[in-house]
Unconditional design. Structure first.
Lengths: 461, 134
């Protein structure tokens, strides 16, 4: 028998989940505010004490493993050549690695853009540009500019392989901190995630968590394995695909509405239809998008920006609230929790808008084209219409009295049939907040992680 | 090895000729980037930028070629690949029009080579060798 303690150092909460492999079950959980500004260990110790209290005893865990999105998570800049091609590929690789893509640049960089990279305290730069054998002039220019402007941030080079030697010469000449890997887009519209993602994870684990003061805690835990969003992505993929004889749920969507971002994960093929022509960049089977302007607190103003004046007016009249004031209050009091039914109602409303907008940006689109050869369907992005389960996670969804009304906003409520939203999904809830923990556990015992998820991710219909 | 972007422009789904062109050019030793059917001008141009292509070959088989190709040279100039060669061929206009006039219209639009219906790909291949200097 062995026991695991799975720790998620989140931006707001440090969450602990204890698992017993003999009982094959969760034996306890707890959480506490993340204390990254003073010492991350304080919050961890408090959470651990609470865990012991909840369990009624002190336990010596055989393995303590953690994921982290504390201290702003992993902030990245994605640089490519053409917006729809290498820029998009670079962006997707960053997102798949669990990063927040704070800066996105295309074509030749300029001084202002490089200054912006330094100013925004970016953790890692992903530098791409050119398919293999294709354009190398632009990416060489960009590498040189990063060197001339003495950028000390780790750079992952994942561009045209044909100029790899020249790129390395530039990096060495300017003494940059770099790693080289496979092109994120070796051919037009072909996405190559793996190599760059693994390098990003390595740098995150080696450098970033040190820089953010999270490394100190490693004396007390065995290993920090992943950025939290990547843990959630791995958990979602496992839950969808299954493991050995244990069946998965099939095609799923996971919605994670947090204080600063809304993360959307879809685990399915781009399309199961044979009568559509698919356009654009290849879609990953496990796809993550992050909306940095949609969140319940830090990013609440972004929700309003996505609405027109008329829509805000309509909302206010319909519900008898002043949504602008409510949003401003939440933005200024990011640690506030709902205290009364009115607060809960507003939070619910904002969460519904986050879910609707985030899906709008995540989901693929289809258009009918009348051609001399008949009606043709042209699809861009992922078709989620046959997705079987939409799973909610994140504080506001978990604590909502009617999570289903948030989750149902991912479906086609406005009857826009161009958007390939889930049509008739079942709605599930990660009620005990264990997706990230199970993503961690899946690195050690995938079968157990899957069985626990299937038990605790509950139906809300 | 020089790169050539090929594809079928507009709301056109004729895929057979497209495959033949890909096969022929590849056998002739070119690096072919086939962006397939239902492709927009931007798809061609973006692919050409990323692959540093020397030539874009546009196919249009459904008669709307003139509409679909309009402004393409301007977009290439705007995108920084003003020197790229543009070829077009297929059934690029509707009906039985005098091909010299058709050719003139497409040449004015900035296409370097304009091919009438039924042109064998080998003929175009000769032009490619000549234009790309290989």
């Amino acid at each position: 028998m062995s026991t695991y303690l799975l720790v998620d150092f989140g931006s707001t909460f440090t969450k602990l989940t204890a698992v017993d492999t003999a009982l094959r079950d969760v034996i306890g959980s707890s959480s506490h505010f993340t204390t990254v500004t003073e010492d991350i260990a304080i919050g961890y110790h408090n959470a651990l004490e609470r865990l012991y209290e909840n369990m009624g005893k002190v336990v010596q865990f055989d393995q303590v493993i953690a994921c982290s999105s504390a201290a702003g998570g992993l902030k990245m800049a994605a640089i490519g050549l053409v917006e729809e091609l290498t820029v998009e590929a670079a962006k997707r690789v960053c997102l798949g690695a669990g990063a927040k893509v704070d800066l996105i640049f295309s074509h030749h960089l300029n001084h202002k853009e490089v200054e912006e990279i330094n100013r925004q305290k970016i953790d890692i730069i992903l530098l791409a540009g050119g398919a293999d054998g294709g354009n190398s002039e632009c990416v060489l220019f960009n590498a040189k500019l990063l060197g001339e402007m003495k950028v000390k941030i780790p750079i992952v080079y994942a561009g045209n392989k044909s100029c790899l030697d020249e790129i390395e010469d530039i990096f060495i000449k300017y003494d940059l901190n770099y790693v080289l890997c496979d092109n994120v887009m070796p051919k037009i519209n072909v996405l190559n995630v793996k190599c760059a993602r693994n390098k990003i994870r390595d740098i995150f684990l080696k450098n970033i968590i040190v820089a953010k003061g999270i490394k100190k805690i490693e004396a007390e835990i065995d290993e920090i394995l992943l950025p939290t969003p990547e843990a959630v992505l791995l958990a979602s993929e496992l839950l969808s695909k299954g493991y050995l004889h244990e069946k998965g749920l099939g095609d799923i969507v996971v919605v994670d509405i947090g204080g600063a971002t809304t993360d959307m994960y879809s685990i399915c093929n781009a399309s199961n239809r044979s009568d559509v022509i698919i356009h654009g960049m290849e879609e990953p089977f496990a796809k993550r998008t992050v909306e940095g302007d949609l969140g319940m607190r830090y990013s609440a103003p972004g929700i309003l920006k996505a609405l027109t004046k008329e829509e805000i007016q309509f909302l206010n009249n319909e519900h008898g609230v002043n949504i602008e004031e409510e949003v401003a209050y939440r933005y200024q009091n990011v640690s506030s929790l709902p205290e009364n039914p009115h607060d809960e109602f507003i939070d619910q409303l904002l969460a519904e808008m986050c879910a609707y907008r985030a899906m709008h940006r995540h989901v693929g689109r289809i258009e009918q084209i009348f051609t001399p050869m008949g009606l043709i369907y042209n699809q861009i992005g992922k078709d989620l219409s046959e997705v079987e389960y939409v799973i909610g996670t994140g504080g506001v969804v978990i604590h909502s009295n009617t999570p289903i009304s948030i989750l149902s906003k991912t479906t086609n409520i406005l009857h826009n049939h161009q958007e390939l939203r889930p049509q008739h999904p079942h709605f599930l809830l990660d009620k005990t907040y264990l997706l990230a923990a199970m993503g961690l556990l899946s690195q050690r015992d995938p079968l157990l992680a899957l069985q626990i998820m299937k038990k605790y991710v509950i139906s809300v219909e | 090895m020089k790169s050539i972007v090929i594809g079928v422009i507009g709301s056109d789904v004729h895929a057979v000729g497209n495959k033949i062109i890909e096969y022929t050019l590849e056998n002739a030793g070119y690096k072919v980037i086939n962006i397939g059917v239902l492709s927009s001008q931007e798809d061609f141009i973006n692919a050409a930028i990323e692959t540093d292509a020397s030539l874009i070959m546009v196919s249009s088989l459904y008669g709307h070629g003139e509409l679909d190709c309009r402004g393409m040279r301007d977009k290439c100039i705007e995108a920084g690949i003003e020197d790229i060669l543009l070829y077009v061929g297929g059934n690029i206009v509707v009906g039985k029009q005098n091909f010299d006039e058709v050719k003139e219209r497409f040449t004015k639009m900035g296409f370097n080579r304009v091919y009438p219906p039924g042109t064998p790909i080998d003929q175009a291949l000769g032009d490619i060798h000549q234009d790309l200097g290989e």
